[in-house]
Each structure stands twice: as structure tokens, then as C-alpha cells.
Design a binder for this molecule. Structure first.
Ligand code: DGL
Length: 269
């Protein structure tokens, strides 16, 4: 048993989609969440910058005594997972791409899988590699969505927001044209605008939430090394952001359905 917190990071609000899944599945686990809002969005950055930012975030969380790391950011997972694994051999480090690829491969009936993700995730081809390892015949159609994260970070999550609706339709179009039956929300921000994406892809496509998929894999990894927390206690929750605390807590609280303001500190990274 290990009651130390799980460290979770993202460029901003996106990783809260993993937090929501974690709080529902394992309310006994404590966590420390970092949203690096000062440097968001991550999606258009180079691998070199993403490695540096991922190191910064891991260093911050390690400084808070975490027992494991959940990289709740597809862009960091795609571009810096190798470095984070190599530099943190003493901790379980879980990314979001392998679990989401597994969920998509089990969900698809046609073998045609769509990917909505940031430009840096799409360019890395990390999803294609993960999916082909599991299902060599699968066809992956990817669409980079640079306008979505800035809209989410600005709190524009209403599916009838005309700019959001138009962007979602534009990004979904190549996936629909390729006949995909399963679409990976390959950026943890996207489940926050799930309603807009659902409208754009229609009712019949299965949507895979990469943040939620990773939580199941993380809990299994903790269980296998005897590091789950005491299930008779309620875990503690702490949030940090590196800029814009007011918007971060307002949009985050609305998404999580609980008040984050008193639990959140703004820090300089
Ligand atoms: N939520 C992150 C991801 O999963 C980062 C998005 C961004 O900052 O561009 O890719």
C-alpha cells in the first residue's frame, strides 16, 4: 500500500479529463495535478521544446513526492515519453497513447480508426505505430486540430459556439470521408468539447477518451506493484497551474463538477 499522491500533468485543462476518470474509479487515490498553462498550447511545439517542458513538469511533480506519473498529455507522450521513461526508472510512468490505442483497437469493427490530435502528436506518428503493433491491418486516418485547444483554454466549450462547431466539422471531415467507425480523442482537451465533436462526427462513431483510457492502465500498474492507496480513505487533491488561475479554475470546476478554486495554486515554472 502506498498513500503518496499520483502526479498528473498536461499543458493546461486537458489532463482534468484523466483526473475526472481517476476520481470516479479510485476516490481513495491522492493526486497532484499540474496544468502548465503558461506554456500552453503544446501542440505546435518542437520535440526539443516538448522534452524540456515535460522534464520541467516531471521535476515539479517529483518535488511533491509522487509515487507515479501520469502524463495526461498526448503531445508530451508522443514526443517525450522515451526521455521520461529513461530518466525516471524508479517510478511508474504512464502515458496516454498506448491505452487509447488499445481501447480503439478493441472498439473498431471495420479496422478504420480516426485520430483527432494536435499537430505535434499527428506528426510523431506515435498512434499509427501503437495501433499497427496491436492490429497490423488497421487503417488510421489522422486530422491535426490546431484551433481546438486555444478555444478550450479560453473556456469556449459550448457546442453551439459557431467557431468551435465549424472547427470540429472541418477536422472531422477527413475522418468521416475515410469511413472510420472509431475516433480517438487523441488530445486530452477534447473530451471537454465532446458535445461539439459528437455533433461533428454523428451518433454512430465510437469516441475514445485517451485520458480516461490511461487511468485504467495506471491503476492496474499500481496494483501489480502493490502501490494502490488505502481504499478506506479519501484521497487528497491539489491543483497547480502556471498562469491564468481564474480561467483555469472556472473552466476546470465546470468540467469536473466540483469547486477547484480553494485547491488550486498558481506557481512560476
Ligand atoms: N492536452 C494535450 C494533449 O493531449 C496538449 C494540447 C496542447 O497543449 O496543445 O495533446
Amino acid at each position: 500500500m502506498d498513500d503518496r499522491p499520483i502526479g498528473i500533468f498536461d499543458s493546461g485543462l486537458g489532463g482534468l479529463t484523466a483526473v475526472r476518470a481517476l476520481a470516479a474509479a479510485a476516490p481513495w487515490e491522492s493526486f497532484v495535478y499540474l496544468g502548465d498553462t503558461a506554456h500552453a498550447p503544446y501542440g505546435d511545439r518542437s520535440r526539443q521544446e516538448l522534452v524540456a517542458l515535460s522534464r520541467q513538469n516531471v521535476g515539479f511533480l517529483r518535488g511533491r513526492g509522487v509515487k507515479a506519473l501520469l502524463v495526461a498529455c498526448n503531445t508530451s507522450t508522443a514526443n517525450a515519453m522515451d526521455v521520461m521513461l529513461a530518466e525516471n526508472p524508479d517510478l511508474p510512468v504512464m502515458g496516454v497513447i498506448e491505452p487509447a490505442a488499445e481501447a480503439a483497437v478493441s472498439a473498431t469493427e471495420t479496422g478504420r480508426i480516426g485520430l483527432l490530435a494536435t499537430a505535434a502528436t499527428v506528426a510523431s506518428l506515435a498512434y499509427e505505430r501503437a495501433i499497427r503493433r496491436l492490429a497490423p491491418g488497421a487503417e488510421v486516418t489522422a486530422s491535426a486540430c490546431p484551433r481546438l485547444v486555444p478555444l478550450v483554454e479560453a473556456g469556449r466549450t459550448d457546442p453551439s459556439d459557431p467557431e468551435l462547431a465549424a472547427a470540429a466539422r472541418e477536422y472531422a471531415a477527413p475522418l468521416l470521408a475515410a469511413g472510420t467507425d472509431t475516433v480517438i480523442l487523441g488530445c486530452t482537451h477534447y473530451p471537454i468539447i465532446r458535445a461539439a465533436i459528437r455533433r461533428a462526427v454523428g451518433p454512430d462513431v465510437t469516441l475514445i477518451d485517451s485520458g480516461a483510457a490511461s487511468v485504467g492502465a495506471l491503476l492496474k500498474a499500481l496494483e501489480s506493484c502493490g502501490a494502490l492507496a488505502d481504499k478506506n480513505k479519501t484521497g487528497s487533491r491539489a491543483f497547480f497551474c502556471s498562469a491564468g488561475k481564474e480561467t483555469f479554475t472556472r473552466v476546470g470546476s465546470a468540467f469536473l463538477g466540483w469547486e477547484m478554486a480553494g485547491l488550486t495554486q498558481q506557481v512560476e515554472l
